[in-house]
Design a protein around this ligand. Sequence first.
Ligand code: SAJ
Length: 438
Amino acid sequence: MNLQKICVIGLGYIGLPTASTLATHGVKVLGVDINSNIIESLRKGEIHIQEPGLRDVVTQAIQSGNFTFSTKPEEADVFYIAVPTPFLEDEHGEYDGRQYKLADMGAVTSAATAIVPYLRKGNLVVLESTSPPRTTTDLLVPILERSGLKAGSDFFLCYSPERVLPGQIMRELIENARVIGGITPESAKAGRAFYQIFVKGEIIETDATTAEMVKLMENTTRDVNIAIANEFSRLAERFGVDVWEAIRLANLHPRINILSPGPGVGGHCISVDPWFFVEAAPELAQLIYQARQVNDAQPKFVVEKVRQALGSLQGKKIAALGLAYKPDVDDLRESPATEVVHLLQEEGAQAKVWEPFKPDAHMQGINMVLSLESALAEAEAILLLVRHTEFVRFKPNDIALKTKARIAIDTVNAWDTNEWQEAGFQYHRLGVNKLPIP
Ligand code: SAJ
C-alpha cells in the first residue's frame, strides 16, 4: 500500500501534533483546516495550540519541506480526520423525562464530504474524532461511497481512538498503544501500516465499532468512578466520616481503587464522552446517565459546603484558589471550579479568583486577580478548588499574615487540618463532617 502522501483534516490539538509528527517521519503531509487564519499562521510557522514540544516538531516538519497547508483536501494516499465532536448548542434528546446532550457530528460530516472528490481506489480513510458508537459504519461509509467506490473493497476505512494526555501529547502520540478498528480486517491492516509510520507502542487490530466503544468505555469508566467517589463524599458528610481516610482504608484492599472526590469533573473528554453512549442508547445507559448527573451536581454540593461554613453567602468575600479543570494545567475550559465560582456569585457572594497558571485569563462573569495577595487581602474565607502543587505547599502561618480570613475550605484534600487550625483557621474539607458522638 502507498503511504507517501497524507492529508490530515483538522489541525487542532490532535491533528496538528499528528500531522507534524508524520511529516518528521519522512512522508508528505498536507495539513487541512477550514479556518483560514490557522492556515495562514501555520504558513508563517506560528502555532495556535499550547503543547510542550509541539512548536519544535512543527518547525522541523516545515523546514523538512514535507509539511504544507491548505483549506481544502487534495488527492492523497491516506485521509486522516481529527475534527471536533462537541455538543449541539440548542438541541437535546429526551428519554423517560430525562434530557441528554447530543453530539454535533457536523464537522465529521463536512470533513468526510470534503474528501469525496479526491478519494481514489486503494486509499485509506482514518477517523480519530471521539464519536458515538457506529459512526464509522453508519455515518462515514454512506458519505464516502458517494465517490462511487465501495468501502472496504475499493478503499480502506478505520477508526482509531486517541488516548494522549494534554501536556504529554508529543511523547504519548508515539509511545502509547493504539487500537485500530477496521470496517474489514484488510482495513485494519492498512490502518496498522499507516500508524506504524510513527507509533512505537503496540498496535492492536480490531473492528471499527469496537474501537469506537473502547474509547468511550475508557472515559466513561473514569467518569462513573469519580461519580461514586463524589457520592461517597456526600455520604461521609452525612454520617460524620472523613471520606479521604475512608477511601485510603478501602484502597488497602488489593482489588479496590477508589478515585478522589472533588468539586466536579471537567475537561473536554471525561465529562463529554459518556453522553455519546446516552445518546446512542438512552434506555440502556442508565448508570452512565446518573454518573453524569452526580458529577455535574458536585459544584452545587461544594457551594452548600461553603454556605454552611460561612453561615450565609450573601455579600461574603471569598478568595477562590484555582480555576483550571485539574491540577497543574492552564486549561480553564469546562472547569468545575468555574461553575462553583458562578454559583457562589449567583448566591450573592463576591469571589476573587487566583489562577497561577493563567492569571490574566478573561472569563465572563469571573473576577480574576493578578496575585495571590490581592485575592486574599479582603477575603473572609479561602476556598481551594484545584490541587495545584503550589497550593498544596502553602504554609498556613504565611497565609494567615496575608489575610484577615480565618475560614479555609479545602475541596481537594490538599492541606493538613492541624496545621491550619494551629494557624488560627477554622478548617473545612469536602467529604469531612465530624459529628459529635452522642
Ligand atoms: N478528577 C476527579 N477525581 C479523580 C480524577 C480526576 O475529580 O480522582 C477530575 C479532574 O480534576 C478533572 C476531570 O476529573 O476535572 C478529568 O480529569 P482526568 O485526569 O481524568 O482526564 P483528562 O480529561 O485530563 O484526560 C483524559 C486522560 N485520561 C486519563 O487520565 C484516564 C487521557 O488519557 C485521555 O486521552 C483524555 O482524557 C481524552 O482525550 O479522552
